[in-house]
Design a binder for this molecule. Structure first.
Ligand code: APR
Ligand code: PHB
Length: 407
């Protein structure tokens, strides 16, 4: 088999890359270890930044998202029994987020690729990279009982945190920066109408809680839990009790309950691999970086990476110029570190570490009051939450221009 770009992983990064390359007339083949039904039903994140949603729409894969996705122009920060709204749209010249499950994005991208004659091989095993430091890389894998080879000019490693791509780069040619947070999230999907129109991020002395949603009938909820927690430690009644307590307000907020469809525990981690290129292998998405979910950025960062990569590959294939590919890693990493900071800042603002004392609690409340009353502080949250413009990182070279980011 032969193609221009061999893409490992059919998550949002790999599928979006295949789609963007196709629009530029560049061939790719996507290899995925899981089955199609599995990747289309795996419950993950659900918040699309303004530009992520716009990209889906602009490239012809946003029709269902525009119909079924929930556009939010604000969010609530809840602490000390009160809720304060951050008006995202007012603070960012009309931008907002779209709540639309990651697996719905994945379904739409798979459908578009297949309709356009694109090749996605599901249920592959034993994926191995060879020759990535040459101009003729090869991906070896097994599919339907046969060992196969995909010859390509470029390999895109979009195979998530547990994939093989990152480990194919010699240890001497990469470094990782990592931070583990002292808590995890218990995520719950409930067959219940959302209890508010917008997302609620709650800081509480018993720990963080988040009210999100997937549709007018399905609520997505999260609770901060200690590391090492097993999902089975949390029977249904305990989950609802804790959510009621942490989301309570002084003016009688009521949380709607319903049957729990799914629950699971996710650790919170920050992780970055540098650089994101080795020879002809380019890493994108979770294969290169993980952010804690508090800022809702994992999926959006993956999409930003592949936008940069598709642009650089287009210049390379069309004009033979490799400068975009040479700059790919640095360009991505500027955005990644901005998002790492934002995600870690949101996490610190809202979670309660096990060793929290009165001092740290008071600082947290003071910061929450500031963020919800000062336009400058609220704008910082809002512009990062709806997503900085894609070309934001080019401004790093000219830092002090006093312009409004969303003019
Ligand atoms: N070969 C081929 N495919 C693989 C391999 C492998 N060796 N290992 C993993 N995969 C597949 C996974 O099964 C998965 O479908 O690669 C895909 C990676 O997809 P994601 O984990 O979704 O990562 P990414 O596309 O970078 O999306 C970023 O945003 O919401 C966040 O962390 C969340 O998934 C998320 C992400
Ligand atoms: C979600 O809906 O799954 C979600 C929303 C906001 C977050 C994280 C996850 O910060």
């Amino acid at each position: 088999m032969r193609t221009q770009v061999g893409i490992i992983g059919a998550g949002p990064a790999g599928l979006m890359l295949a789609h963007l390359l196709h629009l530029e007339g560049i061939d790719s083949v996507v290899l995925e270890t899981r089955g199609r039904a599995y990747v289309e039903s795996r419950v993950r994140a659900g918040v699309l930044e303004h530009d992520t949603a716009q990209l889906l729409a602009d490239t012809g894969v946003g029709a269902r998202m525009r119909r079924e996705g929930l556009v939010h122009t604000g969010l609530e920060l809840r602490f000390e029994g009160v809720s304060r709204r951050i008006d995202l749209a007012a603070l960012t010249s009309g931008r907002g987020i779209t709540v639309y499950g990651q697996q719905e994005v994945v379904k739409d991208l798979i459908a578009a690729r297949l309709a356009a004659g694109g090749e996605i091989l599901f249920d592959v095993t034993d994926v191995e990279l060879a020759g990535i430091d040459s101009d003729a890389p090869v991906i070896r894998f097994a599919h339907e009982g046969t060992i196969r080879e995909l010859n390509c000019l470029v390999v895109a490693g979009c195979d998530g945190f547990h994939g093989v791509s990152r480990g194919s780069i010699p240890a001497s040619a990469r470094r990782t920066v990592e931070h583990t947070y002292p808590f995890s999230w218990l995520g719950v999907l409930a067959q219940a109408a959302p209890s508010a129109h917008e997302l609620i991020y709650a800081q509480h002395e018993r720990g963080f809680a988040l009210h999100s949603m997937r549709s007018p009938e399905v609520t997505r909820l999260y609770l901060q839990v200690p590391n090492g927690t097993e999902s089975s430690d949390w029977p249904t009644a305990r989950i609802w009790d804790e959510l009621h307590t942490r989301l309570a307000t002084n003016d009688g907020f009521t949380l709607k309950e319903g049957p729990i469809l799914e629950q699971g525990v996710t650790p919170m981690r920050s992780f970055v691999t540098e650089p994101m290129r080795y020879g002809q292998l380019f890493l994108a998405g979770d294969a290169a970086h993980i952010v804690p979910p508090t800022g809702a950025k994992g999926l959006n960062l993956a999409i930003a990476d592949v936008r940069f990569l598709a642009e650089a590959l287009t210049t390379w294939f069309r004009q033979g110029r490799g400068t975009g590919l040479d700059e790919y890693s640095a360009r991505c990493l500027r955005r990644i570190w901005r998002v790492q900071h934002f995600s870690s800042w949101m996490t610190g603002l809202l979670h309660r570490p096990a060793d929290a004392d009165e001092f740290s609690h008071r600082l947290q409340v003071a910061q929450l009051e500031y963020v919800t009353t000062s336009t400058a502080a609220a704008t910082t949250l809002a512009e990062n939450y709806v997503g900085l413009p894609l070309d934001w990182s080019s401004r790093v070279d000219t830092p002090v221009t006093p312009t409004v980011p969303f003019a």
